[in-house]
Each structure stands twice: as C-alpha cells, then as structure tokens.
Design a protein around this ligand. Structure first.
Ligand SMILES: Cc1cc2nc3c(=O)[nH]c(=O)nc-3n(C[C@H](O)[C@H](O)[C@H](O)COP(=O)(O)O)c2cc1C
Length: 203
C-alpha cells in the first residue's frame, strides 16, 4: 500500500506538517509512505525577494513529484499553503498538468486528503481545503478529512489550526510561528487515518 504526501512549502510550515503526516501514515501496518514536493514555478530571484531562500535550501533534497508517481499511489495526501483562500499556484500548476491522467481515469478510486497552512487564524484554511477537494473529486478520488475523533480540534484553550476538512497550521503574520504540538498531532492523526482507510479499501 503506497501513500504519497505531495506538498509545496515556501517557508517550511507545510514541510514540517508533511513530516508529521508521514509519521502518522508510516505507523500503519503495510504503509509505504513517500514525500514529494511539487515543482517550483518561481525564479530564484523572486524566492530571494520573498525571503524563502533558506527554507527552499532546506528541502532541496526532497524529490520532485512526477505525474507517473501519482498513478502508482493508493492514497495521496496533499499539503499546500493558503494563497488568497485557495491552494498555491505551484500546486495548481502541478494539478493542471494532470489532464492526461484524468482522461484515463488514472486516479479514480484512490484516497485523497488535504492539509494546509495560512498566516492568519481565519485566513482561508477551510476554503483552501474544500476548494482543493473539487479537483480531487473530478479525478474520482475518495476524500478523507480529519474526523472529530481527533479531539484536538475541539480545543479553545489555545489558538490552533485543524478542522474536519483537514489538519492546518497558523504561521502568523510574520511567518514566525511554526506548527504547534496540537497541529502536528492533527497532521499525524490525518496521516494515520488516511492510511487506515486506504488499508481497508486495499483489502
Ligand atoms: C501571495 C500570498 C497570498 C497569501 N494569502 C493568504 C491568505 O489568503 N490567508 C492567509 O492567512 N495567509 C495567506 N498567505 C500566507 C501564507 O499562507 C503563509 O505564508 C503560508 O501558509 C506559510 O506556509 P509555508 O511556510 O509552508 O509556505 C499568503 C501568502 C502569499 C505569499
């Protein structure tokens, strides 16, 4: 059973959530979990201007996802930062290249799931995940979210991401807040939950 985590992360928040998703999915018997990033679309000078150079260097070793990698997966968990309440352009561009897979029904019946990150608490995490689901549904994927059995999303004693749609983290206006333990727990839970559901379908 192959579980892919396919993400884009400009400043490292989604990258760190992706590692937690991997931990969760990897704990399920029979799950082979691989992390990929989607291709960068911005020139280096723009990334430097956006202050993303260090974070980009830190993930340079992560393999870039190819379309055929998606075909061999049983489940794909996507991670994207919020851009104006939607997925980022890098992820959109990657997905817009999957028309050939769509025409062959290559992703039909695979499990799909999404996690995200935004600067502000109400800056569009839910809309990013829900609008991402539309693309996955067009591909015939089986959507899995983050059930309320992850009790950490009920917390109101601290500011936290996480909703029934998927795990999320709040990066802060200056991007300095890294995922909290509760948000990483949500990511682990989502990874494990996706792998468990996939195992049931696989059987
Ligand atoms: C062009 C642009 C649009 C953004 N739009 C939003 C937004 O709508 N809401 C929000 O809270 N944060 C927004 N952000 C902040 C990003 O979501 C934040 O930098 C990201 O979640 C950090 O994750 P990363 O480190 O994995 O890239 C935006 C950032 C950029 C560069």
């Amino acid at each position: 059973m192959k579980v892919l985590i396919v993400y884009y992360s400009m400043y490292g928040h989604i990258r760190s959530m992706a590692e937690a998703v991997k931990e969760g999915a990897g704990g399920v018997n029979g799950a082979d979990v691989i992390i990929y990033r989607v291709p960068e679309t911005l020139p280096e000078e723009v990334l430097i201007k956006m202050g993303a150079q260090e974070a980009q260097k830190a993930q340079a070793h992560v393999p870039v996802c190819k379309l055929e990698d998606l075909v061999s997966a049983d489940a794909i968990i996507f991670g994207t930062p919020t851009r104006f309440g939607n997925m980022c352009g890098q992820m959109r561009q990657f997905l817009d290249a999957t028309g050939g897979l769509w025409s062959k029904g290559s992703l039909v019946g695979k499990v799909g799931s999404v996690f995200t990150s935004s600067a502000t608490q109400h800056g569009g995490q839910e809309s990013t995940i829900l609008s991402f689901h539309i693309t996955l549904l067009h591909h015939g994927m089986v959507i899995v979210g983050l059930p309320y059995s992850f009790a950490g999303q009920m917390r109101i004693d601290e500011i936290t991401g996480g909703s029934p749609y998927g795990a999320s983290t709040i990066a802060g206006g200056d991007g300095k807040r890294m995922p909290s333990e509760n948000e990483l727990d949500a990511a682990r839970f989502q990874g494990r939950h996706v792998a468990e559901i996939t195992a049931k379908l696989f059987r």
